[in-house]
Structures are given as structure tokens and as C-alpha cells.
Design a protein around this ligand. Structure first.
Ligand SMILES: Nc1nc2c(ncn2[C@@H]2O[C@H](COP(=O)(O)OP(=O)(O)OP(=O)(O)O)[C@@H](O)[C@H]2O)c(=O)[nH]1
Ligand SMILES: [Mg+2]
Length: 287
């Protein structure tokens, strides 16, 4: 390793090994965090925000696949934009990721992508902020020009901590990053909003599989040797004023027919990071 173009010659991050043993290890971390969720809480909520076609719905499916025991098929619960589907996610779509033995639920809110040229004061951004704070119920249809009405059946008047989002993800395609800059300003304004409310934020960099990882070792399992992935992570950190440890590079299941250990471990490693922060946030707000 190390002598070819694109390869750093050493790993820039110590990840979980891409093996069955590694998968068990990361699942154990996830379940350890789970047992830390305070009793008062029934749901852990994660919300995905990003440009259209950034891979939000695909990430939902990838996580559901990786979390299933002895899974042989790729989960397709969330509709993915592609040649077979013309429509994109337009609602606040709640998807169950995990039902704990304690009755608690981990759920992800898949979301409409940013409309093009979306302003910081736009109805959509205001709705996103309300959804983060728990004022919007699932299946709400986002509108481009009008915010949710307080009389709407999808408006929740007095959200509890179980209705709020406990970690927000900005989902960005690694291949598009900084090429299409239109909404990064808006995303940074949302970051400030999240900071104000101390809500954890993570960046999920999707489609790492489409980057030129390394000429001699193009497989995903060499992701942490790849110069281009390291650079993308650093750029994302710089763009959103976040530590590199908060930038989570992953590859979604796209055309695969069955799960692979590398994709599963990468997705679970990201989830481990996300869940840990979500639980910290919950504990801070409940205890
Ligand atoms: N190669 C590759 N393609 C991906 C990845 N993630 C998503 N895609 C592709 O990108 C396209 C859009 O993915 P979606 O998951 O529908 O994106 P989305 O963010 O939910 O899109 P909207 O609902 O329109 O906002 C699809 O064709 C996916 O197959 C990835 O990690 N790798
Ligand atoms: Mg979608």
C-alpha cells in the first residue's frame, strides 16, 4: 500500500475492521448507547436534511439493511429517486430503524430535499426548524411557498422531548461536494439554529464509492487510506465549522442485491456516532 496515486500510505482514521467481528463490535457499541437512554424517553429521533438526490432515502434503507439480523436483501422502505421513480421524498417521512426490546424506538425522519435557490427565511427552512423542534407531525407535506399553519392537523402544539429531533444529519453527496454550492449558506444558517438549541449535527457524506479512492486499491474497504476521502472530510468540516470526527463518509446500497460487510460496517459506524450524540443530548435535556 502507499505507492500508488491517491493512497496515503497509512490510514488517516482508525475505523472498525470490515469483518463480521467488526460488525459485532460496532453493534455492541450501538446497543451500549441504547441501554443508556433515560426511562422517560420512548423514541430517539434522527432527522435527515440535504439537497435533492443527496442520498437521504438511500441512507435510510442502508441503515435498515445493516441493522437487520442475518439480512439477505437490501431494504427498500424509503423510495429512492432514480430511473424507476420519478417522484422524490416530499413529506416528513418517519421510518422505524430499530425497535428495542425495552419498547423504545429508533426512528429516522427522511425529508424533502432543499428546493433550488432556497433562501434562509424561506417557508421550507422555517418548516425544517419547526420539525427539528417537534412541532411537525410525520407525513406532513412540505410546501415551497407556505409554512405550516398552526391549525393544520400536522401541527403539534406542545411537543415533548420525545417529539423533538435528537440529532440532525446534513446528507451530502461526496461527489457533488462544493460543486453545487447553492444551499450551503442555508445549511450553515440551520447549523447556527441547531447550535443555539444545542442539538447535535453530523454530516453524512454519501457516494464515497463513486470517488476515485485509489488506483491500485479501489475497493471501499480501503476508504481510510484514500487521499480524496480524507480531503472531502476536511472540506466538509471546514465548510460547516465542524470537527472532522463529525463527518461520516459512507456508501449506500444502490444496485447491490445483497448486503456486504464493508457497507454495513461503514453505515453502522456512522450510526454509532449519531446515536451516541443523540443519547447525550437526551440525557442533557431529561436528567
Ligand atoms: N453510487 C452511489 N449512489 C448513491 C448513493 N446514495 C444515493 N445514491 C443515488 O443517488 C440517487 C438519489 O438518492 P436518494 O436516496 O433518492 O436521494 P434523496 O436525498 O432521498 O433524494 P430526494 O428525496 O429527492 O431529496 C439515487 O439514484 C441513488 O441510487 C451512494 O452512496 N452511492
Ligand atoms: Mg428521498
Amino acid at each position: 500500500m502507499g505507492n500508488c496515486e491517491g493512497c496515503l500510505g497509512q490510514t488517516w482514521k482508525t475505523g472498525i475492521p470490515f469483518s463480521e467481528k467488526g460488525k459485532k463490535e460496532v453493534l455492541k457499541h450501538i446497543f451500549d448507547s441504547w441501554s443508556d437512554i433515560p426511562e422517560e424517553i420512548s423514541k430517539v429521533n434522527i432527522m435527515m436534511i440535504g439537497n435533492m438526490s443527496s442520498g437521504k432515502s438511500s441512507f435510510t434503507n442502508t441503515l435498515r439493511t445493516a441493522l437487520k439480523k442475518d439480512c439477505r436483501h437490501i431494504d427498500t422502505t424509503a423510495v429512492v429517486y432514480g430511473q424507476h421513480h420519478e417522484s422524490v421524498t416530499s413529506q416528513l417521512h418517519k421510518v422505524n430503524l430499530y425497535n428495542g426490546p425495552d419498547g423504545k424506538i429508533l426512528q429516522v425522519f427522511d425529508c424533502r430535499g432543499f428546493p433550488r435557490q432556497c433562501g434562509q427565511q424561506s417557508a421550507f427552512v422555517k418548516d425544517l426548524e419547526k420539525a427539528v423542534m417537534g412541532y411537525i407531525k410525520d407525513n406532513y407535506q412540505f410546501m415551497e411557498k407556505t409554512e405550516i399553519d398552526a391549525n393544520s392537523p400536522y401541527f403539534r402544539e406542545n411537543p415533548t422531548i420525545s417529539d423533538r429531533m435528537h440529532c440532525v444529519l446534513f446528507v451530502i453527496k461526496a461527489t457533488d461536494f462544493l460543486q453545487e454550492t447553492a444551499n450551503y449558506e442555508v445549511m450553515n444558517a440551520l447549523r447556527t439554529f441547531l447550535e443555539k438549541h444545542r442539538i447535535p449535527l453530523r454530516i453524512v457524506l454519501t457516494a464515497v464509492d463513486r470517488l476515485n479512492l485509489c488506483k491500485s486499491h479501489p475497493q471501499l474497504k480501503y476508504i481510510y487510506w484514500s487521499k480524496v476521502v480524507k480531503e472531502k472530510v476536511e472540506t466538509a468540516g471546514y465548510t460547516f465549522c465542524l470537527r472532522n470526527a463529525y463527518i461520516l463518509p459512507i456508501a449506500n446500497y444502490v444496485n447491490e442485491t445483497e448486503p456486504t460487510i464493508t457497507t454495513d460496517v461503514l453505515a453502522l459506524e456512522a450510526l454509532d456516532n449519531i446515536l451516541q450524540q443523540a443519547v447525550f443530548f437526551i440525557k442533557d435535556n431529561v436528567l
